[in-house]
Design a protein around this ligand. Sequence first.
Ligand code: FNR
Length: 186
Amino acid sequence: TIRKIGLLIGSLRAASYSRKVAQELIQMALPGLHLEIVEIGDLPLYNEDLEQSVPEPWHRFREAIRAKDGIIFVTPEYNRSVPGLLKNAIDVGSRPYGKSVWNRKPGAVVSVTPGGLGAFGANHHLRQSMVFLNVPMMQQPEAYLSNIAACFNHPQSEDRARLDKFLKGFLEAYAAWVTETAPKEA
Ligand code: FNR
């Protein structure tokens, strides 16, 4: 079976390192996993009043996530937390009440920063929301990618080779996690 996995990126920057990491994951093309970016930049800010006449981008996004067998978040940290862009997508997917698209989709998070602390705050705040939303979040290996600029500025470097090796192991563990935690067919 091929599992369809959505990649959500917490940055809109054209040169985003998070997007580069997501693209790296896509290129690894592990057998049995089909990875695809689900864009979140066009989602109107969550407002419950809009549920009366659901904005088209909300509808498109909810259907896109519903069609996935799992979700990987690749995100920077903004002020020690999840960027508003990504939090908004999580909120949009969580409603209307009782119709959350996140329920029981196997999840994982890769946090990315040019700094030294691995975007730990974003990683853990994201876990908190997803655990609440009944998403089994992979615990190990954790992915805190620090000093990420060097990896992409120097593609021949040892840092880059180490990054790719780490990401491959991460994806293999995630594939096993999806098999282990995916809802069983009735
Ligand atoms: C940042 N940045 C940042 N970095 C970090 O490690 N911890 C943080 O709390 C913050 N806070 C923060 C707030 C805001 C508003 C911005 C714009 C940036 C720096 C951030 O890691 C850096 O800009 C990354 O390159 C952003 O990720 P992308 O766009 O490269 O994916």
